[in-house]
Design a protein around this ligand. Structure first.
Ligand code: TAP
Length: 477
């Protein structure tokens, strides 16, 4: 077993960000103290406390919703679309200008590798604001008839795996359509949302158009249950999504839910194998596997299984696990002790149920939360690691003989968010894609995101679409 070592983040990268010892809530365009309670956010790579953050209670949430309502009634819903667009373009440009700062802070608070936050998350965040800025004065083409109207105040609750990107998915379309928002970031990753609040100030966004209430599940509950909000947009677990659907049942609140997934990544015997290996690695190890659409079930055609797994293991042995701020790191820290415990538990269950477990030799730091890239072979559909979302760097490998068996196994899940197909045959891509019950199907690639494409699930992966023109429909009547 390799020995654990101490890891200290490179001091020069820390000097790019200014982390304050404590943070309040962002309500009505200003940072205000919460009503007393607070929580700590930590660096998951070191377990170091980064800051003390206010925990909003029902009274704080009420103040934020009222600020959003005032801004909606008096300013934002009355502003011509072309004027709203100017603010969104300004925010997008500031995100680009402050991209390094945002990326470093995201990696420190979340644990994700800097090359991902810098090259994927932050540019995609800016792209979302640019894209929806372009829609703000063209809403008659948004699919809601000639005179679409905003819904009002949106209550938005997001998870910790893509803190800034999920914020952009929620805030950019809502604002473009003329809604105002109250957003609750996840408890373990509040810092970039608070930096974004500062960017709203820098862009002179009218006070109250964006409000950020930090806190835990209770804060989210207070927000979605508040009678003053017209729309709930939630991304997170299926369990909490179901609870939210129950909370809003019987009200006229509009709801979109983006929930969990257990995507199949299907490799046929004619696939370009080296390319497929890269896609499998991206599919499951990107962002430590903390991805709702992660390709966590590899379905490989039996005749090429041995060759593919050999190549995959060799590629996995080159993955570097460690310092999220090191540009060469491929797999950063697991976001929290709780998430690490869940990944360990499900992996142990996989072993106990009889699947073969394999990880490359890999040293991890002594402190912080780490899990090596892990492969399970000999997995059957009944195994829990084939059915439950692990949300970590753990891949379950199943085999199939015929295309129809592949589709049947891929669809054998209560989820339906995404899938991947690897084959040289265009006709097979089209046929299999049409038979898969998944909101997104990637062909000969995986985990590609673009603001122009709608994203969302079937079944227990939720309902409603975010992104593209469809993403506007969720914020208009
Ligand atoms: P959750 O535990 O569901 O948390 C999501 C958000 O909801 C957090 O801000 C959380 O606050 C808040 N929350 C918790 N209980 C709540 C309640 N009763 N009422 C209202 N809000 C509540 O999920 P997670 O662990 O953060 O994220 C992982 C899950 O998100 C995975 O299942 C993943 O598949 C899913 N996910 C889906 C997508 C899409 S696009 N479909 C994208 C990313 C993630 P706290 O942080 O304080 O708990």
């Amino acid at each position: 077993m390799p020995s654990p070592f101490e890891y200290a983040p490179a001091p020069e990268s820390r000097s790019i960000v200014d982390i304050k010892p404590s943070y309040g809530l962002f309500i009505g365009g200003a940072f205000v103290d919460g009503r007393g309670k607070s929580f700590k956010t930590i660096n998951p790579a070191t377990e170091e406390v980064l800051a003390e953050v206010a925990e909003a209670d029902e009274v704080d949430v009420d103040a934020a919703v009222k600020a959003a309502r005032r801004a909606y009634d008096k300013v934002w819903s009355r502003m011509p679309g072309r004027e709203r667009a100017k603010y969104l373009y300004r925010i997008a440009r500031i995100i680009q200008e402050r991209g390094r700062e945002l990326a470093v802070l995201e990696s420190i608070d979340n644990g994700k590798p800097i090359k991902e936050s810098r090259d994927v998350d932050v540019p995609t965040v800016a792209a979302h604001f640019f894209y929806y800025a372009g829609w703000a004065d063209k809403l008659e083409y948004a699919g809601r008839g000639p005179n679409p109207r905003p819904l009002g105040v949106a209550g938005q609750v997001i998870p910790w795996n893509f803190p800034l990107l999920m914020l952009a998915w929620k805030i950019a379309p809502a604002l473009a359509c003329g809604n105002t928002v109250v957003l609750k970031p996840a408890e373990t990753t509040p810092l970039t949302a608070l930096l974004f609040a500062g960017i709203c100030q820098q862009a002179d966004l009218p006070p109250g158009v964006v409000n950020i209430v930090t806190g835990a599940g209770g804060t989210g509950q207070a927000l979605v249950g508040h009678p003053g909000i017209d729309k709930v947009a939630f991304t997170g677990s299926t369990e909490v999504g179901k609870a939210i659907a129950r909370t809003v049942a019987g009200t006229d609140k509009k709801v979109t839910l983006e929930l969990g997934g257990k995507a199949a990544n299907i490799v046929f015997d004619d696939a370009p194998l080296d390319q497929a290996v890269e896609g499998i690695v991206t599919g499951i190890f990107f962002n430590q596997g903390h991805v709702c659409c992660a390709g966590s079930r590899l379905l490989v055609q039996e005749s090429i299984a041995e060759e593919l797994l050999g190549k995959l293991k060799r590629r996995m042995s080159t993955l570097r696990v460690g310092d999220p701020l090191d540009k060469n790191t491929d797999i950063g820290a697991i976001n929290s002790a709780e998430q690490l415990a869940r990944i360990r538990e499900l992996s142990d269950i996989g072993e106990a149920e009889g699947a073969g477990r394999w990880s490359p030799e890999c040293e991890v730091p002594q402190h912080g939360f780490w899990f090596p890239p892990t492969l399970f072979t000999g997995v059957s559909q009944a195994h829990r690691i084939a059915r439950e979302e692990i949300f970590g760097p753990v891949l379950s490998v199943l085999t199939f003989r015929t295309p129809s068996e592949a589709v049947e196994k891929a669809n054998n899940t209560p989820y339906g968010l995404s899938a991947g197909v690897w084959t040289e045959k265009g006709s097979r891509i089209l046929k299999v894609a049409s038979e898969l019950r998944a909101g997104v199907v990637w062909a000969n690639t995986f985990n590609k995101f673009d603001p122009t494409s709608p994203f969302g699930g079937y079944q227990e992966s939720g309902y409603g679409r975010e992104g593209g023109r469809h993403g506007l429909e969720a914020y208009l009547k």
